[in-house]
Design a protein around this ligand. Structure first.
Ligand code: IMP
Ligand code: MG
Length: 175
């Protein structure tokens, strides 16, 4: 049987991109304190790697948002299952996600967190499925632009599978 996974970015390409993004972020926030908000679950691996490449002091927090069902079809209902613990008032916040698709999730979180009075709030994503964007979200740090295909690995799942793959692949057959 054919392997349904088609590698899009291997470990080396990801590592290079993450380190490049971390370099930009460390430069931009030099002398400032930063809070990375990891959008669970998909951003877990990216945020972990990104944070370890940063040369500035960072706080880490986690928000668990659900915007997709178990498969590739979007439910378009955004639910915060677990919010961040930190008070972000006066803090520099960087929202981190593995992939941005329509942008609804990011737009929703930006709206919610802006109300809490952060000093600044920016967005970092590893993958940008640009052609699918409906929400007007500015990407301050972006890894790769990808075509409209369902991807898995490096934190991203299909029905909770494949998150642990060290590479990013497209799913040829999603059933
Ligand atoms: P958005 O709200 O449409 O931008 O969707 C963002 C969320 O959808 C991401 O945080 C992912 O959890 C999920 N998602 C979107 N596209 C993919 C994909 O190709 N593979 C895996 N998850 C995806
Ligand atoms: Mg998912």
């Amino acid at each position: 049987m054919d392997d349904p996974l088609n590698i899009l970015f291997d470990e080396q390409a990801i590592e290079q991109k993450v380190s490049e993004l971390a370099g930009q972020i460390s430069h931009d926030y030099a002398g400032k304190e930063l809070v990375l908000v990891c959008i669970l679950k998909g951003a877990a691996i990216f945020a972990a790697d990104l944070s370890r490449h940063l040369t500035i002091p960072v706080g880490l927090d986690f928000v668990h948002v659900s915007s997709y069902g178990s498969a590739t079809v979007s439910s378009r209902t955004i639910t915060v299952k677990k919010d961040i613990d930190m008070d972000i008032r006066g803090k520099n916040v960087l929202l981190v996600d593995g992939i941005i698709d329509t942008g609804d999730t990011m737009q929703y979180l930006l709206e919610q967190y802006r109300k809490r009075g952060p000093a600044s709030i920016k967005v970092a994503v590893l993958l940008d499925k640009h052609s699918r964007r409906t929400a007007d979200v500015r990407l301050d740090y972006r890894g790769f632009e990808i075509p409209d295909e369902f991807v898995v690995g490096y934190g991203m799942d299909c029905g909770e599978k494949y998150r642990n793959l060290p590479y990013i692949a497209t799913l040829k057959n999603t059933e």
